[in-house]
Design a binder for this molecule. Structure first.
Ligand code: PLP
Length: 476
């Protein structure tokens, strides 16, 4: 019985819910988080505590039952629950359009437009000229037409949705001819064959992985053919003994048979990137001029805007797409449209684009800027690391990312940490990688060749102080 008696005594020492909730240390918690949330947390802590007391009956004395201790624990749990799960990070991976880190960063004009759209009513589907119901696509269609030369345009949630919708609307129960060299999988379960079947279209593969000829397409065309489709090999390249059918040739074949030609351009640039010193990519306008009847592309890859899927091309085809019931399910919200419009506007003044479009600014930053950043960051970073590590400035290569121009790399500079004892990285490097990730604003780098690499391309001057300020919190 003495054992039970001991337990009872310990359990009775635990303060009641009411006592805690009405005590002074809990006042600020209730004021900040509200009564019900605090109460739920207190109950949970008391339950845990009782459990601990019961389990400790045979072992060491139970933990403190001091009210202050309960308040501290409650505060910790409440703060943890209130902390946003979507957090700002430092992208020092060297991949500018990093899909897992949110891809394109928006320019200030787009951010302001989003704030306005969030906090005030807007003419999302209201025609201000006639005072009648409008079409949300009309907010950006004229801009897209002007920038690409297309007859018509529409916008959906992302490029995957654009491709799905296009196939569902134009090829239900019919065949879509695609080269075997273009049956791509983009990260995150977007595979052309799967999208095709989900859209209710039949994939008609032609050619081989490395070589497809125009007669392969021609032989596949029949009464059930709804579309000829080309897909941008976004994240891989086929080299060596290869052949693909150029778009003008395919477009001529399509016209001859009265079959539309669609292109999933993936990234889809609106300007000639080679004029900014970046690798050449066919623009959306060039793709249309080469004979595509429809082009689908992303809003948040090279375009530098919000997540969106843009479809431009022939008026009759766009009209058909817009009438499909899936359009309603895949449509964009006002935040997307608010952000997209100012980004598209920037393209009307290409001479300022490099300066004003964040994505282009990051992609074209000269290595000398990153070198200067590295020199400013090095002392603080070296000091924050223990003697286990050595740090130095090194040249490295950044990637555009998001499947845009996968094999092209941009000269950059970064901070590189290695083990001071010269041994391979292993757990010691993983510990540093984790410690950086656990900072208040997580720093995401990358481990390669037995070194932790922090590519400074995406650390802009305005963020340098924030980067340095939190280094004192690094726990290795
Ligand atoms: C990125 C990409 C997609 C998917 O675009 P999201 O905007 O990410 O949905 C589809 N096709 C190609 C060729 C791509 O590169």
């Amino acid at each position: 019985m003495s054992e039970d008696g001991g337990k009872a005594t310990s359990l009775t020492q635990i303060p009641s819910v009411e006592r805690l909730m009405s005590s002074a240390p809990f006042e600020p918690l209730i004021a900040e988080y509200g009564r019900s949330q605090t109460l739920t947390t207190v109950r949970r802590i008391l339950d845990e505590h009782r459990e601990a007391v019961r389990e400790a009956a045979h072992g060491p004395a139970p933990t403190s039952t001091d009210i202050e201790t309960f308040a501290t624990r409650t505060s910790t749990l409440l703060a943890a629950a209130a902390r946003p799960r979507l957090r700002t990070v430092f992208n020092l991976t060297g991949t500018v359009l990093h899909t897992n880190l949110g891809r394109a960063l928006l320019p200030d004009s787009a951010v302001q437009a989003v704030v306005d759209a969030l906090t005030r009513p807007a003419n999302l589907e209201f025609d201000l000229e006639t005072g009648t119901r409008g079409d949300r696509d009309d907010l950006i269609a004229p801009l897209l037409r002007g920038l690409t030369g297309a007859e018509a345009a529409t916008v959906v949630n992302n490029n995957a949705a654009a491709v799905l919708l296009m196939l569902a609307a134009l090829a239900p129960g019919k065949e879509v001819v695609v080269s075997r060299g273009e049956l791509v999988e983009i990260g995150g379960a977007f595979r052309i064959p799967d999208i095709m079947s989900r859209a209710g279209a039949k994939l008609r593969e032609v050619g081989t992985t490395n070589r497809t000829h125009v007669h392969d397409y021609a032989n596949a065309i029949g009464p059930r053919t709804a579309l000829l489709m080309k897909v941008h090999a976004s994240n891989y390249s086929i080299e060596g003994f290869t052949h693909e059918v150029a778009l003008p040739t395919l477009a001529a074949l399509g016209r001859e048979h009265g079959v539309p030609v669609a292109v999933d351009l993936g990234s889809g640039s609106l300007v000639d990137l080679s004029s900014y010193g970046l690798p050449k990519e066919a623009t959306v306008r060039e793709t249309l001029e080469a004979g595509a009847d429809l082009v689908a592309f992303s809003g948040d890859k090279l375009l530098g805007g919000p997540q969106a899927g843009l479809l431009v091309g022939r008026k009759d085809l766009i009209a058909k797409i817009k009438k499909h019931p899936l359009k309603r399910a895949l449509r964009v919200g006002k935040l997307t449209l608010a952000a997209l419009e100012p980004v598209l506007q920037l393209y009307r003044a290409p001479e300022f684009l490099r300066e004003r479009l964040t994505t282009l600014r990051l992609l074209t930053r000269p290595a000398s800027e990153m070198q200067a950043t590295a020199e400013r960051m090095l002392p603080a970073f070296a000091q924050a690391l223990s003697a286990t590590y050595t740090v130095q400035i090194e040249a490295m290569l950044s990637q555009i990312g998001s499947g845009a121009l996968p094999i092209d790399l941009l000269p950059s500079v970064g901070l590189v940490a290695r083990r001071a004892d010269g041994k391979a990285g292993g757990r010691v490097l993983l510990r540093l990688e984790q410690a950086l990730r656990e900072l208040p604003r997580p720093v995401i780098g990358r481990i390669a060749d037995h070194a932790l690499r922090l590519d400074l391309r995406c650390l802009e001057p305005g963020d340098e102080a924030a980067f340095v300020a939190q280094l004192s919190l690094l726990r290795l």
